[in-house]
Design a protein around this ligand. Structure first.
Ligand code: HEM
Length: 339
């Protein structure tokens, strides 16, 4: 009996082996093209998974489910942007603008007051307007320096300052960037409200641009309170300021309103708008200081010489004279605000 059972076991084993050998190999076979066995051919490959899912996540027990992500290749693209592409965009925009301004100054020189001083002054900006301007401008400069520290600090300042000093500076810069964002955002909003009336583009702007704005050549095309160049700066501040504020708050309060892809997009937009914004503001700072004689006084003390107003904002001066009467307006210094 035992012998018969052993013979039956042998027969069943042999049959099972034959079946296994005779079974057709599954699609995609475990064999390489040269016929050798590929032991992993049937397993799902990591890159196949990534292609399908974009993110590979595991399981976890802590409440923050974002931490379950094991691989997120978009992070590598983002790092490449942050470490390489952004630095190129920033360096080209900012250094390029500085170069243009230096060359422009050397070729064109300062825009002079060609008719000389009249000795009578007219109010151009009220105390409130100047306060809003300088508050926003001060915040902007600190935000720009502290933001650029995040982009360039590690490669430019860290080797110069050493780890300890750089860490202290970067920490304070980051505090400044966070807290000054609030007066900056309020300032941009106030600028939008107080100067919108004078910054709607019109036909006069086309003519002003065609004639080089009196900056490229020595012409004096007429302009109302703000010329086309100033209107451009106004809209850069309003649109650029809103863009950096919205994206900046998305970054400051991470994952409240968006997922990881949204965070990366917010950072990319914030950084690109910021560096272009800095470049544009360099142009504005140039023309408001060394680029044009008499321009700084308008925002510094709030008044301008009547001849300056005639050369650069003739239509605005005419409006002001019509509104207040020539004798009153040209009395020195006029006490009424420009608008
Ligand atoms: C309401 C206004 C703003 C807010 C809320 C804000 C917020 C932020 C936040 C949270 C970050 C990320 C910081 C980090 O990674 O630790 C950042 C980065 C940055 N910000 Fe701002 N920001 C504002 C305005 C500005 C302005 C006006 C500029 C430039 C003029 C600017 C330039 C930058 C730059 C260059 C970076 C670094 C980008 C990078 O390399 O990743 N920001 N900002």
């Amino acid at each position: 009996m035992a012998k018969l059972f052993a013979q039956f076991r042998f027969l069943a084993g042999a049959l099972a082996l034959m079946l296994l050998v005779a079974m057709p190999a599954p699609a995609g076979a475990q064999r390489n093209p040269d016929g050798s066995v590929n032991p992993t051919a049937q397993s799902v490959k990591e890159d196949q998974l990534l292609k399908e899912l974009k993110i590979i996540s595991g399981r976890g027990t802590i409440p923050d489910t974002k931490s379950y992500n094991l691989e997120q290749p978009a992070g590598r693209d983002w790092r490449q942007f942050h470490e390489v592409t952004l630095r190129w965009i920033g360096a080209i925009a900012i250094l390029g603008m500085l170069l243009i301004l230096v060359v422009f100054y050397l070729v064109r020189g300062q825009v002079k007051l060609e008719s000389g001083l009249a000795g009578r002054r007219i109010v151009r900006f009220t105390a409130f307007e100047r306060f809003v301007h300088w508050m926003t401008a001060t915040c902007f400069i600190i935000l720009a320096l502290s933001g650029l520290n995040i982009t360039f600090g590690k490669s430019l300042l860290l080797p110069l300052l050493g780890e300890h000093a750089f860490a202290t500076w970067a920490q304070w810069a980051k505090y400044a960037h966070n807290y000054l964002s609030f007066p900056f955002a309020i300032g941009v909003f106030c600028i939008f409200l107080i100067w919108i009336a004078g910054n709607i583009p019109n036909k006069v702007d086309v003519e002003w641009l065609k004639r080089g704005g009196g900056i490229v050549g020595h012409d004096h095309p007429p302009a109302y309170r703000f010329n086309a160049g100033q209107k451009l700066i106004y809209w850069v501040v309003v649109i650029g300021g809103t863009a950096v504020a919205v994206t900046g708050y998305l970054l400051m309060f991470p994952f409240y309103a968006t997922d990881i892809a949204g965070m990366q997009l917010a950072q990319t937009v914030h950084a690109i708008v910021a560096v272009l914004f800095v470049a544009a503001m360099l142009g504005h700072i140039y023309i408001g200081t060394i680029g044009m004689e008499g321009a700084f006084e308008a925002m510094g003390e709030g008044t301008v010489d009547v001849n300056w107003a005639r050369e650069h904002h003739r239509l605005w001066l005419e409006e002001e004279l019509a509104r207040t009467g020539p004798n009153q307006s040209q009395a020195q210094p006029v006490g009424t605000p420009a608008e």
